[in-house]
Design a protein around this ligand. Sequence first.
Ligand SMILES: Nc1ncnc2c1ncn2[C@@H]1O[C@H](COP(=O)(O)OP(=O)(O)OP(=O)(O)O)[C@@H](O)[C@H]1O
Ligand SMILES: [Mg+2]
Length: 260
Amino acid sequence: MDVEMSPHGSIRVEAVRKTFSKRDKPALAGVDLRVGSGRVCALLGANGAGKTTLVRILTTLTGMDSGTVRVNGWDVDRDPARVRASIGVVGQYAALDEVLSARENLELFARLIGLSRTSARSRAATLLEQAGLSEHGGQKVSGFSGGMRRRLDLMTSMITSPAVLLIDEPTTGLDPIARRTIWNMVRSLVDEGTTVLLTTQYLEEADELADDVVILREGSVVATGTPSDLKALVGEPRMELREPTLEDVYLHLHQGGDAA
Ligand SMILES: Nc1ncnc2c1ncn2[C@@H]1O[C@H](COP(=O)(O)OP(=O)(O)OP(=O)(O)O)[C@@H](O)[C@H]1O
Ligand SMILES: [Mg+2]
């Protein structure tokens, strides 16, 4: 079967417009975007660019004014239930229950989507191990760091191994080491064949993870290409002209250090 032609694991966004209020500029002013099966697309944009709005439309949580969106071949307007059943979503803000332990959170999500008690338990154990959180499985999420939450959040959306995973700002607010851990988790999902659309405010993150980058600005796509295309556009980084970042400091302190 021609993988390129299969709608399974693909995303097609055509001429999507979304306005929240008549007085304001549209949040999305006619957006086109395609993600092929097994690829990683980074939607790169500043605060308010429209990233979360587009992700919410893809998840069927928000309606659009006009345009067409297909996820896994299903139309979000005509087959919203099928779209929802075929995707995993990691929101910008964690959707975890604070008073439950990490393991209980995973088991709860697994039970909610219909796994038996035994299957839920074994799936939770596997995912905790993949996220490097086995030792913290019994700990309440309220005591988790931002990086641990993000990892657990990613795992809750992987309970059913969806063909398409949507991740809204996977690493915003995390320290460089936690970011690398998340990046590695996303990479292993991609190795298993998951198609990923992620949003980010960091060129570096797009460069690390994405096959294709789409730059969104004030609701419009202003550039698309591979990370190298876009870096060529920006020009070679001039190290001596750049302010050192927290990341540089960490790299010096943690050369070869394990991400945990
Ligand atoms: N529920 C809403 N009601 C009214 N306006 C909204 C709503 N959601 C988003 N907007 C507006 O739509 C625009 C795009 O917002 P969106 O949240 O999609 O941006 P974003 O790229 O995700 O930004 P951030 O990086 O801050 O998360 C913004 O101008 C925002 O104020
Ligand atoms: Mg957002």
